[in-house]
Ligand binder design. Structure first.
Ligand code: FAD
Length: 458
């Protein structure tokens, strides 16, 4: 018998429940990845993520080849391509991971229809892309299908038992015959960030092992140190599923200690946003909680947004962060918080404009995490203090106390030593004139007053 494993955001061989189930129930397994025209059509195929994806697919294919198999690549509509492979192989079952976005939910419905017609079973496995399935824990009370507040979610989530991670299979027998399209490559992709990380399960596992040895124990004290860059950088691997979140949590818990606890809590944020999106797929586009915002539009707002995107707002920490995003396709979490607060609360520009720019560049760009973190910062999401505004200067002095993060990304200010780099406008005029760096696009007090008025905060 033959079973198909349809890979989506779970591009790994370790701890992979659909692959495990397929191997246990069939003689031969056809591992399939479809380069999905729908993802491209939805505008989600940003170059940085396509490059990282190409690395992941190449690595998945070599992992399968080491085990006697190979990866079958097709391009087109997922349901059509799976249906075609079922015909070619006579497969009796398809195994895949459950997705959470509206897109993933529709894909699953279409697959169910297509496979129903040819009498092939569809087995959708939970807790592959997230640690726990969305809906695995729900608040008590009639009609409540998800947690809208993180802390009680985290408490319940932490009480749930985790299955032990599955080993990677030793051998995978793939049916002979089905053709495969060529593996995509990075070559020819335009607009890649020059400092883009490398993808693939091998790299993900190397990175996470190094992280457990050198970073995890001090994560609690150091995660907000922007210059120290002391977070795991595992987010793109979690986004593409080259690492299993359940395995990461499992191993972090085994290591124990305050660093591991803080790290697990952060991985839980990912599950939290996924369960909000699963219950409210529309939160990818519209306010989870409307604040009746009348976001600024028009020429001035557009110019200020362009300055924000390009890293020339005149606020060094904001500009450093936006340039890190352009250069690496990745940004430190504290920097994401500051830049998102600056766009939505200081410039008072619609969170969707910011979320779109992030999705064009972020290698970990993820509908659940990106849209819901943006909403969290904008105060339209799950933050219980929706009107807090992060002051970029105070925050910069706290989280980049020596100014090293700013000097790394804004080289034109590299001549200013210490925290003075956060406020070039305070330098004596003659010294200020030496630096080719813009004046602030807006005064913070002006932005704050505008925001308070807009939100009716008196
Ligand atoms: P670590 O600090 O090492 O954390 C470990 C893992 O926990 C991360 O890899 C990530 O999977 C998860 N995690 C940590 N913080 C969060 C969080 N706030 N929400 C959800 N998961 C979290 N993360 C994405 O993966 N994709 C996005 O598109 C994304 N967009 C964001 C947009 C904004 C405006 C903000 C404020 C945050 C966003 N985040 C996003 C969350 C967070 O900034 C990144 O996950 C984190 O910076 C990745 O770096 P790391 O892997 O070193 O994280």
């Amino acid at each position: 018998s033959v079973a198909i494993v349809l890979f989506t955001s779970d591009l790994r061989l370790h701890d992979h429940p659909p692959l495990h189930a397929a191997l246990a129930s069939a003689d031969e397994v056809a591992p399939l990845f479809v380069l999905d025209d729908g993802v491209e059509a939805a505008g989600f195929g940003a170059p940085n993520r396509r490059a990282f994806l190409a690395d992941c697919l190449r690595d998945l294919d070599s992992g399968l080849r080491e085990r006697g198999g190979r990866l079958i690549i097709r391009q087109g509509d997922v349901a059509d391509e799976v249906g075609r492979l079922v015909e070619e192989t006579g497969a009796g079952a398809v195994h895949m991971a459950a997705g959470v976005s509206g897109y993933a939910q529709r894909r699953e419905e279409r697959l169910r229809e297509t496979l129903g017609r040819v009498g092939c079973g569809l087995n959708v496995h939970d807790a592959v892309i997230t640690t726990l399935a969305p809906g695995a824990v729900v608040p008590s009370g009639a009609g409540r299908d998800h947690f809208a507040v993180f802390t009680p979610y985290f408490r319940r989530w932490s009480e749930e038992g985790l299955r032990s991670p599955f080993q990677a299979p030793r051998t995978v027998r793939v049916p002979e015959g089905p053709a495969s399209a060529a593996l995509p490559t990075r070559t020819g992709l335009r607009g890649l960030s020059p400092g883009l990380a490398e993808g693939g399960e091998t790299e993900g596992r190397r990175l996470s092992a190094a992280w457990r040895r050198h970073g995890l124990a001090s994560y609690e004290e150091r995660h907000d140190d922007m210059a120290g860059d002391a977070t795991s950088r595992l987010s793109p691997h979690l986004h593409f599923g080259t690492l299993s979140p359940a395995e990461l949590v499992h191993r972090a818990r085994a290591a124990g200690g305050p660093g591991a606890d803080a790290f697990v809590r952060q991985v839980c944020w990912r599950d939290f946003h996924h369960q909000v999106l699963a219950a409210h797929p529309a939160a990818a586009r519209s306010d989870y909680r409307s604040r009746q915002d009348r976001w600024r539009t028009g020429r001035a707002a557009e110019d200020e947004t362009a300055a924000w995107r390009e890293g020339r707002t005149g606020y060094p920490v904001i500009d450093a962060a936006m340039r890190q995003l352009l250069h690496e396709g990745w940004m430190h979490n504290r920097a994401r918080l500051l830049t998102a607060s600056f766009l939505t609360k200081t410039l008072y520009v619609d969170w969707r404009a910011g979320a779109r720019h992030f999705l064009e560049l972020l290698v970990d760009g993820d509908i659940a995490n990106n849209q819901l973190n943006w909403q969290w910062v904008a105060g339209t999401g799950t933050d219980s203090r929706p009107n807090r505004v992060l002051n970029p200067v105070t925050q910069a002095k706290r989280y980049d106390p020596d100014g090293a993060y700013v000097r790394r990304w804004v080289p034109e200010l590299a001549g200013i030593s210490g925290p003075a780099v956060h406020e070039p406008w305070r330098l004596p005029e003659r010294e200020r004139a030496r630096y080719d760096y813009p004046e602030p696009v807006v005064q913070l007090s002006e932005g704050l007053a505008r925001f308070k008025e807009a939100r009716g905060l008196g």
